[in-house]
Ligand binder design. Sequence first.
Ligand code: SF4
Ligand code: SF4
Length: 399
Amino acid sequence: MPSKEKKLNGTVIVTYRCNARCTMCNRYKAPSRPEEELGLDTIRKLPKMYFTNITGGEPFIRTDLPEIVRELYRKSDRIVISTNGYFTDRIVALAREFPQVGIRISIEGLEKTNNEIRGLENGFQRGYQTLKTLREMGMKDVGFGMTVQDRNAPDLVPLYDISDEMGMEFATASLHNSFYFVESKNIIHDRPMVAKHFEDLVNKLLRSRSPKKWFRAYFNHGLINYIYGQPRLLPCDMSFDTFFIDPYGDVMPCNGTKDKEVMGNLNRQSWDELWNSPEAAAVREKVRRCDRQCWMIGSVSPAMHKYIWKPAWWVLVHKIKSLFTSKPYSMFENRICRDYRDGKVTKEELDLCSTCDLCAAASDGLSKDSRGLLSEKTGEEIVADDLARQMEKENDQRS
Ligand code: SF4
Ligand code: SF4
């Protein structure tokens, strides 16, 4: 398998620590020990990448993030950092040093909804102000990310409008269950209501003049398909030319699996050894048989590039329709939406198609040592103590 000549798509999870308290993700309850988190020596072993997403937990909790970004720029054409936007000063300082970096701030709805879902006091204002400051600095690659659920679906289009006015990217997702989110009970309850808001967004995107937005419309069409529990619109090729690496150096196919699937460990192995190992081959076999049907940008964006003719045909058909109607897209183009509307399939049957498992204990992907810490303190206490120590150090350096 070629690994040197071919550039990959990589996601680097630099930490599992997080200061937020999101309702759809329990990662903040299961942080990684800072001493175990990816170091520069391991990052240096990563392959060449055409795209790198840096994520967490909350990546800006790591005070050495600028060093990580510097190292990653040696091997990556483009870097985008996903953040909850809370650490404004750190984000702005990093953006000053790397003006070409992309920043995606998760905002889960308008102010009240966002703060309820995110569990961060003043979270909306902080995220919004961070975005505004980045824009005023002239940063081009900045935008919002929203995970759509029953509670915030009515805010989907209003939030898109704000991002559009600010000339920003607008990325969407919906609820997923996996070890990465330490969650197994996420589910959309009122599918037609949520789908209707996605339909409105798809129509707005299709009416825009931006080809990029037309393809985003296709992605959101795929989200309707996903929340109805249907097979992915495009094959999933994770682990073939894409990878995730977790804070412990474990290389994984994706972040959507129920339990952590490991191809190898980059702390202990070289990239070539790991990527061509029997363990990696076994994980690829599992990916080929995977039935989780995720529709997250990390696995869909590479598929949209690879199987471009499929989204391109969909875009063409709907752009032609948009010449004759202001509503070129209907959610009822999806057969499953019609079947549910017409009573041919029940809510209970659709629930069974989802990955929600109310009886399962969610897996967390933590190392033995990180989990050991949780016997002494909660994840929230561990992260709060850690942040307090960082503040103390910063104050000492200032005085
Ligand atoms: S979704 Fe992101 S910000 Fe929210 S708890 Fe999980 S890792 Fe933290
Ligand atoms: S569908 Fe793809 S992204 Fe989702 S868990 Fe399976 S292999 Fe991972």
